[in-house]
Write a protein that binds this ligand. Structure first.
Ligand code: 13P
Length: 253
């Protein structure tokens, strides 16, 4: 059985003081959560967030990192840095990083290996653009991205990590994939993992992300292939994020 996992991706929102206030608003609402939960905050918020999350089971995550342990990479952060600041997971290869910051399948692969080497849980993002979906390229695109990200890993590593299927056309647009579309493409991704690592595919958690909110979460989370959500906008509203986390508890199993 895969325990559901709900992760908030705050993107470039909330200062450290605002992060502390948001976490204080969320925690009482999810104290009975039956799923795993994480908040992936801006790197400068990690310290303040760690203080607030200390007595909870919610994981703290970063949104990116460099693959090198250290060096002349101005403006970048290493796995050791985000880990010491309090992160235990990290989002890698988000479509916004692929689109605006030249992230490639190759850099996502290097970052995934580095995160695992440092004991961080990678949340690896894949997903097709609107044009790719319209031209029938969804399965080949997510297959290529998944293969590239997982190439060279062991099946033990793959069974423990998290993939997030985020169709680019659904991110921040209010256009959510239907329950069936999301379930079908996540099934394709699980098939790729099965092909590469056989049994690991039954353990790897694959989330859906893209305009998931308090109203549509229960339907998506009841699909057999969908193991949770990576939540953008709705993760910044305490009541909405809590509703999604609590919906995941209900549909667990
Ligand atoms: P929205 O939930 O705002 O569409 O963002 C999804 C996302 O990109 C999470 O990583």
């Amino acid at each position: 059985m895969r325990i559901k996992f709900i992760a908030g991706n705050w993107k470039m929102n909330r200062t450290p003081a605002e992060a502390a206030a948001l976490i204080d608003a969320i925690l009482p609402l999810i104290k009975d959560a039956q799923c795993d939960a994480a908040m992936c905050v801006p790197a400068v918020d990690l310290h303040a967030a760690r203080e607030r999350l200390r007595s909870s089971k919610v994981m703290l995550g970063a949104q990116n990192m460099h693959w090198a342990d250290q060096g002349a990479y101005t403006g970048e952060l290493s796995a050791a840095m985000i880990k010491e600041a309090g992160a235990s997971c990290v989002i890698l290869g988000h479509s916004e990083r692929r689109q605006y910051f030249a992230e490639t399948d190759e850099t996502v692969s290097k970052k995934t290996k580095a995160a695992l080497a440092w004991g961080l849980l990678p949340i690896v993002c894949v997903g097709e653009s609107r044009e790719e979906r319209l031209s029938g390229q969804t399965a080949p695109v997510v297959t290529r991205q998944t293969r590239a990200a997982l190439d060279g890993l062991s099946s033990g590593q793959v069974s423990g990590l998290v993939i997030a299927y985020e169709p680019v056309w659904a991110i921040g647009t209010g256009l959510v994939a239907t329950d069936e579309q999301a379930n079908e493409t996540i099934g394709v991704i699980r098939g790729v993992i099965r092909d590469m690592f056989s049994g690991a595919a039954d353990s790897t958690r694959i989330l859906y992300g893209g305009s998931m909110n308090a109203s549509n979460a229960a339907g998506l989370l009841s699909q057999p292939e969908i193991d949770g959500g990576l939540i953008g906008g709705a993760s910044l509203k305490a009541a909405d994020f809590a509703a999604i986390v609590n919906a995941a508890g209900v549909s667990r199993g």
